[in-house]
Design a protein around this ligand. Structure first.
Ligand code: FE2
Length: 429
């Protein structure tokens, strides 16, 4: 049972971590928006604050005075019920408010949030308190999503800068030991199909897109014990993978023609050799590390080339539950912010969590009997359930406390700014 003190500590930790992630930035970095789908770091800092103000303080604290009357317009991301808002592609015009004003906003909000949390009656059957607690949990999980978004956007901004600056020079910590195994010999693990349960059972926090728990039918299948590696993806490229239409979905083929893709995002050929841009700057490609920053289209093309397929989200979830995989791995806490080579796990499956989000073959649609949250929070997930694909498992920029076996991330199939990779699956005859 959460106590007021533990809730406040949890709140402070997550809020502080957002600011910690911004510490390596220079003042000029805060306002940059190098692409239409990137938000400037200062917007992330302010928007996560606005989220608490709008969902918790304004409706539930009597006589709460908003910090600034115009922030609703500047910082609303996509909540139509709240009225009009600044277009996403214009967030880079926000030279004002200045960054110190945004930090003042964060402090103002935190003070009011802490006052509220001190008085919350968490142990009694008080509907109002329960509602506020759920919204605070949602706000904290939302802020953790922005931890990941911040790093992805900073990476893109720095990549677009011809100087290719490093965000922070990260080295593998001494205790971060991994025994890599050859990229040429992936192992496979078989799973029995049948009627299985997926989805969150209602205990503990989850987003509304993970519920309710329900039954699905799976045929027998096997799953590769680790994600596809850079070395393997290089073989696909060397075999003309980006130039042979037979491997590609029609939409994917169109995208790679239009965008002239010939490699994953952040790859660059230097002196005839592929290198990769990381948050530590340009690095040599590590052949045993998972492929990262690929779109669903590239994942699907690779799977076709390899004569395999991507797993469905049900197969992915059933595998982690069946194999009782612990949630550990290369998450944001490792401070690497880059995927690392796989390790051989005792139970066979490696890197189901952390390193790279794994594209699945599943469209992002509501689960049977799924219901959006009430009020404004109802716009959080369900309205995006069209034309997007589910990814599972978290990445090297996901906070470890944020991920669950049932967690459903989702992107459009052409997106590759996030730390996305994939693993292969196969039918068993
Ligand atoms: Fe957000």
């Amino acid at each position: 049972m959460e106590t007021n003190k533990s809730l406040i500590n949890h709140y402070k930790k997550i809020r502080h971590f957002t600011e910690e992630l911004c510490e390596p930035l220079k003042i000029e970095d805060y306002a940059v928006q190098a692409g239409l789908e990137v938000s400037p770091p200062k917007w992330h800092l302010a928007h996560t604050t606005w989220f608490f103000e709008t969902l918790v303080l304004k409706p539930y604290v009597e006589n709460y005075q908003v910090f600034h009357p115009d922030y609703d317009y500047l910082l609303n991301s996509y909540y139509e019920k709240l009225g009009t808002f600044l277009r996403r592609d214009l967030r880079g015009i926000l030279s004002r408010p200045e960054i110190h004003e945004i930090y003042e906003y964060r402090n103002y909000l935190d003070q009011h949030m802490i006052e509220l949390m001190e008085t919350l009656d968490l142990h009694k059957d008080n509907e109002q308190c329960k509602k506020i607690f759920s919204l605070i949990e949602l706000g904290l999980n939302h802020e953790q999503q922005h931890h990941e978004g911040l790093l992805a956007d900073i990476k893109y901004n720095f990549w677009m800068n011809p100087l290719r600056p490093a965000y922070k020079r990260m080295e593998k910590p001494a205790d971060f030991k991994r025994t890599s195994y050859s990229s040429s010999s992936p192992a496979w693990l078989e799973f029995s199909g049948g009627l299985v349960q997926i989805g969150q059972d209602g205990t503990g926090f989850s987003f509304d897109n993970e519920t309710p728990q329900h039954k699905i039918w799976l045929e027998d299948y096997s799953l590769c014990t680790r994600p596809v590696t850079n070395g393997e993806f290089l073989q696909f490229m060397a075999d003309g993978g980006y130039r042979k239409s037979e491997f590609w979905l029609s939409d994917g083929w169109k995208v790679i023609q239009q965008e002239e893709w010939e490699a994953p995002l952040y790859w660059e050929k230097i002196d005839g050799k592929w290198s990769v841009f990381t948050l530590s700057g340009m690095k040599e490609i590590e052949e045993d590390a998972p492929i990262c920053h690929v779109s669903y289209y590239e994942a699907a093309a690779y799977a076709n080339w390899a004569g395999k397929r991507l797993p469905t989200e049900g197969e992915w979830e059933n595998a982690v539950i069946n194999s009782e995989i612990d949630i550990k791995g290369n998450f944001i806490e490792s401070g690497l912010y880059h995927p690392s080579p796989s390790i051989v796990m005792n139970n066979g499956l490696a890197q189901m969590y952390g390193d790279v989000w794994e594209w699945t073959a599943s469209s992002y649609t509501p689960y049977p009997r799924s219901k959006p949250l009430p009020d404004i929070a109802g716009e959080y997930n369900h309205k995006f359930m069209c034309n997007q694909v589910v990814l599972r498992g978290g990445s090297c920029t996901t906070p470890i406390s944020h991920i669950r076996p049932t967690y459903r991330n989702y992107f459009h199939p052409d997106k590759r700014k996030q730390f996305s990779g994939f693993r292969l699956a196969e039918d068993i005859d």
